[in-house]
Design a protein around this ligand. Structure first.
Ligand code: B16
Ligand code: MG
Length: 212
């Protein structure tokens, strides 16, 4: 990892723990539909789109497009109900310190979340002003593991992909960043983010001296 000029942050699972709210919303939907859904099943859904998440939850069951849409809307309704409770207190420990530190060191900062709800979450966390660029699930057609979202963020920042490092908690996100030709910092257990260049248990553990 050399000559890094920009940090691109994932949102869910990196800066805040909305991953738990996604789990609660999918679990509620699965129970209503009589489908078993465990915390372990939920691990497969981390970082991927709403539609791809539903397909995994359905475990091969085939439904009409209309029913798929209804299930996605219902899950999203539950999720939006849960995120109403989010406030600045839900920013994960040391996340604001890290963002301030990066700004002081003149790194460019972007946020790239696969979630179409990212604007509401960012607003509730009060973190919009940290970022020069914010892209989300509504900004590109193909989200993670496709590289599009990160490439779009880098282009808007005006920094070539090889000078960007992506901070991600999901395997799909690490794969997306690698396909984009970017350096990677994985947040979480090696079973999940083992392919990343650097791995830390949480953002609070990131040592900028390892990056530069
Ligand atoms: P939505 P991230 C991702 O956000 C979540 O990790 C993933 O669990 C979710 O399915 C996806 O956003 C889509 O979210 O249904 O709100 O559009 O981790 O890329 O910030
Ligand atoms: Mg994430």
């Amino acid at each position: 990892m050399k000559n890094i000029k920009a940090f691109i942050f994932d949102l869910d699972g990196v800066l805040t723990d909305t991953a738990e709210y996604h789990f609660m919303a999918w679990k509620r939907l699965a129970e209503e539909e009589g489908i078993s859904f465990t915390r372990q099943d939920n691990e497969q859904l981390r970082g991927i789109s709403r539609r791809d998440s539903l397909k995994l939850l359905l475990k091969g069951r085939r439904l009409s497009e209309e029913k798929m849409q209804e299930l996605m809307d219902r899950k999203n309704g539950y999720y939006r109900e849960y995120i109403k409770a989010i406030s600045e207190k839900d920013l994960l420990p040391k996340a604001a310190d890290l963002l301030n530190d990066l700004k002081a060191r003149h790194y460019k900062l972007a946020l790239a979340s696969g979630s179409k709800n990212a604007p509401q979450v960012i607003d509730r966390l009060g973190i919009a002003s940290f970022f020069e660029v914010i892209v989300h699930g509504g900004s590109v057609e193909k989200t993670k593991p496709a590289p599009d979202l990160f490439l779009h963020a880098a282009e808007k920042l005006g920094v070539a992909p090889q000078f960007c490092v992506v901070v991600e908690d999901a395997k799909a996100g690490i794969d997306a960043a690698k396909s984009a030709g970017m350096a990677t910092i994985g947040i979480g257990p090696p079973e999940r983010v083992g392919a990343a260049d650097l791995i830390y248990p949480s953002v609070a553990d990131i040592r900028l001296g390892d990056v530069s």
